[in-house]
Design a protein around this ligand. Structure first.
Ligand SMILES: [Fe+2]
Ligand SMILES: [Fe+2]
Length: 388
């Protein structure tokens, strides 16, 4: 129906009278320029992160990741939206042959989407792999610890611990802080899943895993108390509410959630489960071994649930999620930095359940190898299924 046959259609704006090329050029050029800027931000941020990681400069690493992320958001948010529209098969259907400019926009759009996975991965690995965590500007959010027995009540007999080195209890409290923060991280996961329309099976998993983390936190703080006699617990944790919001675009939010679940769930919880199982074999204290076995079984189940979230996001978000996961895959470091103090990092405290760096690194590498093989298989089977 044209203007003449439809008297209720409002008059076309003056730009509609322009020739097609002149009409499209300004907005496409803007989109292309935005993507070049985004790509430069990604490359510069990545190179700086590699240099800082090699130099072991943790504070600068986080700062550069945060600055790079915000620069990318500023420069690419408009461009990603335009590229996603241009690349969407639903938009391009109709037989129109894409111009060279369209193809550039499409390619750069893919790069920007991969950057979602890259940045989530770099942010996730700052911590050194302790399971699902909350982050703000690349920094892991952990609760403060204060005197009190609320999270350190005796849950199981701890007799027979014997003499232990000074500082061991504090390492178990550090474990307890990350477990406590994981409770909030699973609450966030539940909210994300609800917001994105996940099925009840995944929401139930998130709730169950969050309940596990409450028990883990209690067991860690109770064990620390049994070791040095000090009753201390996580204090108020208002930072748990100050996490960044997800993207307003559902598909980009799915991509963020998929990359996060890949790193925190499949990799970090998977690596933690493997390390805990090894520690249970090496532990010389029966009460601590019992705790380690329970933690290992739960973290292994959480890692499997992380994969369930990844696969659901892939099924829902399609190629957008694929690109984010492919980006995450490209920047998975082969190494894991140790965050333990010297006596623990040496492995001398493994008889009391605190992993040394060699053990953490070996299990991280094994979890990483498993992740790479499984994700590559997943992406390959999807691309084979969608190939015309
Ligand atoms: Fe845990
Ligand atoms: Fe966990």
């Amino acid at each position: 129906m044209n203007d003449r046959s439809n008297p209720y259609q409002s008059p076309r704006p003056p730009t509609e009278q322009l020739p097609r090329g002149a009409r499209d050029e300004p907005s496409k050029r803007t989109s292309g320029e935005l993507f070049w800027i985004s790509s430069a931000v990604i490359v510069v941020t990545f190179l700086l992160e590699v240099v800082l990681a090699a130099a072991g400069s943790g504070g600068s690493f986080v700062f550069v990741a945060a600055v790079g992320f915000f620069a990318l958001v500023l420069s690419s948010s408009l461009g990603v939206a335009r590229a996603a529209r241009a690349a969407d098969p639903g938009v391009s259907a109709g037989g129109r042959t894409p111009s060279r400019l369209d193809r550039w926009v499409l390619a750069l759009g893919h790069l920007a989407l991969m950057a979602v996975g890259v940045l989530v991965t770099l942010g996730g690995l700052v911590v050194g792999g302790r399971g699902r965590q909350l982050r703000r500007r690349g920094r892991v959010l952990l609760p403060p610890v204060a005197p009190g027995a609320a999270w350190a009540a005796d849950r199981a007999p701890m007799a027979g611990l014997g003499a232990v080195p000074e500082g061991l209890a504090d390492q178990w409290r550090e474990n307890g802080r990350t477990e406590h923060a994981s409770v909030a991280a699973f609450a966030r996961l539940t909210l994300d899943l609800m917001a994105l329309g996940a099925p009840p099976r995944l929401v139930t998993m998130a709730h169950d895993d969050g309940l596990d983390e409450i028990r883990h936190a209690e067991e860690c703080f109770a064990l620390a108390r049994a070791l040095d006699g000090r009753a201390a617990s996580p204090a108020a944790f208002p930072a748990a509410q100050r996490v960044p919001r997800r993207s307003r675009s559902r598909r980009l939010a799915l991509a963020e959630l998929a990359a996060e679940s890949l790193i925190d769930g499949a990799l970090n919880e998977g690596g933690a489960a493997r390390a805990l199982a090894k520690l249970a074999e090496r532990c010389e204290s029966e009460p601590i071994r019992a705790v380690l076995k329970r933690l290992a079984a739960d973290e292994g189940r959480h890692a499997a649930h992380g994969w369930d979230v990844v696969e659901w996001c892939l099924a829902e978000g399609g190629w957008v999620v694929e690109k984010a996961l492919a980006g995450a895959l490209r920047v998975l470091p082969a190494e894991l930095r140790s965050t333990r103090p010297a006596p623990a990092a040496s492995g001398a405290w493994e008889r009391w359940g605190i992993p040394g760096h060699a053990l953490e690194l070996a299990e991280y590498r094994a979890a990483r190898a498993h992740l790479v093989a499984r994700l590559e298989g997943l992406l390959a089977s999807r691309s084979a299924a969608t190939r015309p």
